[in-house]
Design a binder for this molecule. Structure first.
Ligand SMILES: Nc1ncnc2c1ncn2[C@@H]1O[C@H](COP(=O)(O)OP(=O)(O)OP(=O)(O)O)[C@@H](O)[C@H]1O
Length: 343
């Protein structure tokens, strides 16, 4: 069964429910939401206290009656009620009401390539709960391929590596379909865990999640040369007291490298499952990196060395999937028949 371009063009809203960020594009208005997929809720009263960035800042700093919740995990809605409340709050009461009043609102949603029927159903129920009359599911990898400007509708191979927060998906696309794909549990969050483990072992320091993220992003911004040491504040593993240490960005970079081995293996396994003609196409075009974690320092170089193929980073890697989905509903993509995702 195929999703025709016409079916997608009748959608008004495109949604990417990511483990790290939720993105909503409304036809004619553009990207109206790009926020962390996090809510803070008062467990006594059930009241939503904060959504998106303000809720993220509360993470790890809340009293017992406030819980910070991530309703989406690994690209799958794990708490439908909370995901609906989060979406309503993010788009705003006025837009949310107009969705509910629209009698035939059609929404296109990205779902991971390997989403099982439960995960697909959860995405549909989340959107019907915020006013969607019909929900069309589009493979995130196809959307990302389109969003990165790859010619996915042509009879030639395009290799997209979508590096998200919790996982990385790899696919070879041709003729609007996925020829071979793989998913590995490697992403921005895995890298942060590796850095946290390194700091614990090397400096006997426990760092809050947000400090690890800041450290990683700090290191990402450092060009080659002699990077300055970074001062980090955490809790001493032995004494439990606050302590400050100086961390060399080079050691952080080194700690970030080990989880990436799984990524190279996934690319190799996808290429092994492709017909030789398609693999030959990729010798010139190479690998397209998308997703927020595509910006990890040295990732492109590491993949270049491991595969011997050219590697490029999408212009706006983090918004690749929503850009592609938006192009589909806005009718900006040349006609292509895409595999629809069965329920
Ligand atoms: N400049 C940067 N350097 C390194 N990593 C970054 C940068 N900007 C964002 N990231 C990381 O990218 C990840 C988020 O990427 P993205 O927005 O593609 O995820 P998502 O679509 O929500 O997740 P998933 O695809 O796993 O559901 C986070 O882990 C974030 O820390």
């Amino acid at each position: 069964m195929y999703l025709s371009p016409d079916q997608l063009r009748r959608c008004t809203v495109a949604v990417d429910l990511g483990a790290a960020r939720t993105r909503v594009h409304v036809k004619g208005s553009g990207l109206i939401v790009d926020e962390p997929s996090i809510v803070a809720v008062n467990v006594r009263s059930g009241v939503l206290i904060a959504v998106g960035s303000p809720a993220e800042r509360m993470s790890g700093r809340t009293p017992a009656h406030i819980r910070v919740v991530r309703p989406i995990s690994h690209g799958t809605v794990v708490d439908i009620q909370m995901a609906r409340r989060m979406l309503r709050a993010m788009v705003g009461e006025r837009v949310s009401r107009s969705w509910r009043l629209k009698p035939r609102l059609r929404v296109a949603v990205c779902v991971p390539h390997d989403a099982d029927p439960l995960a697909r159903r959860a995405a549909i129920e989340t959107m019907t709960g915020v006013g969607a009359h019909r929900v069309l599911l589009v493979d995130t990898l196809l959307a990302a391929g389109i969003g990165c400007g790859l010619p996915v509708e042509e009879p030639e191979a395009a290799l997209v590596v979508l590096c998200g927060a919790a996982a990385t998906q790899v696919a070879v696309l041709s003729l609007g379909s996925i020829v071979a794909a793989a998913k590995v549990p490697v992403g921005g969050e895995t890298i942060e865990q590796a850095i946290a483990l390194h700091l614990r072992n090397r400096h006997e320091l426990t760092l809050p999640t947000q400090a690890v993220r800041a450290l990683r992003l700090n290191v990402s911004g450092v060009d080659d040369g002699t990077p300055p040491e970074t001062v980090v504040h955490g809790r001493d593993v032995a004494t439990g007291l606050a302590r400050t240490v100086q961390v060399n960005p080079e050691e952080v970079r080194a700690a970030m490298q080990s989880p990436l081995t799984g990524l190279v293996d996934a690319i190799r396994s996808v290429l092994h499952r492709c017909p030789p003609d398609l693999v030959a196409d990729l010798a010139d075009r190479g690998i397209m990196l998308a997703g927020g974690s595509a910006l990890l320092p040295g990732l492109d170089e590491r993949l270049r060395q491991a595969t011997g193929m050219p590697v490029s980073i999408a212009q706006n890697p983090a918004t690749g999937a929503i850009t592609g989905l938006a192009a589909l509903i806005e009718g900006k993509v040349r006609p292509l028949n895409m595999d629809s995702l069965p329920l």
